[in-house]
Design a protein around this ligand. Structure first.
Ligand SMILES: [Zn+2]
Length: 82
């Protein structure tokens, strides 16, 4: 496998096993990139772990410009279930 394909810049963000697995099939989503001036495939990068969920940043796969962020709700089993 070509190490470049896994995005060496993201490697330091991929220290959690789950994050690495998720990275293998990163979202096929395309978002508009202002720098590329076209819709571009994006890579998802874990930015922050917040109490309400994990905040991800989407970066352009071509130029690595941030094209958006998203907070994903924590999907851990919730002990508050009645
Ligand atoms: Zn771009």
């Amino acid at each position: 496998m070509n190490p470049k394909d896994t995005g060496y810049a993201n490697r330091r963000y991929a220290q959690q096993p789950n994050e690495r697995d998720a990275y293998r099939d990163f979202d096929a989503t395309e978002l508009y990139c202002n720098r590329c001036r076209q819709a571009a495939p994006v890579r998802k990068r874990l930015l922050l772990v917040l109490p309400e969920g994990d905040k991800f940043e989407y970066v352009c796969a071509y130029c690595s410009t941030s094209v958006g962020t998203k907070v994903e709700r924590d999907t851990r089993p919730n002990s508050l279930i009645i």
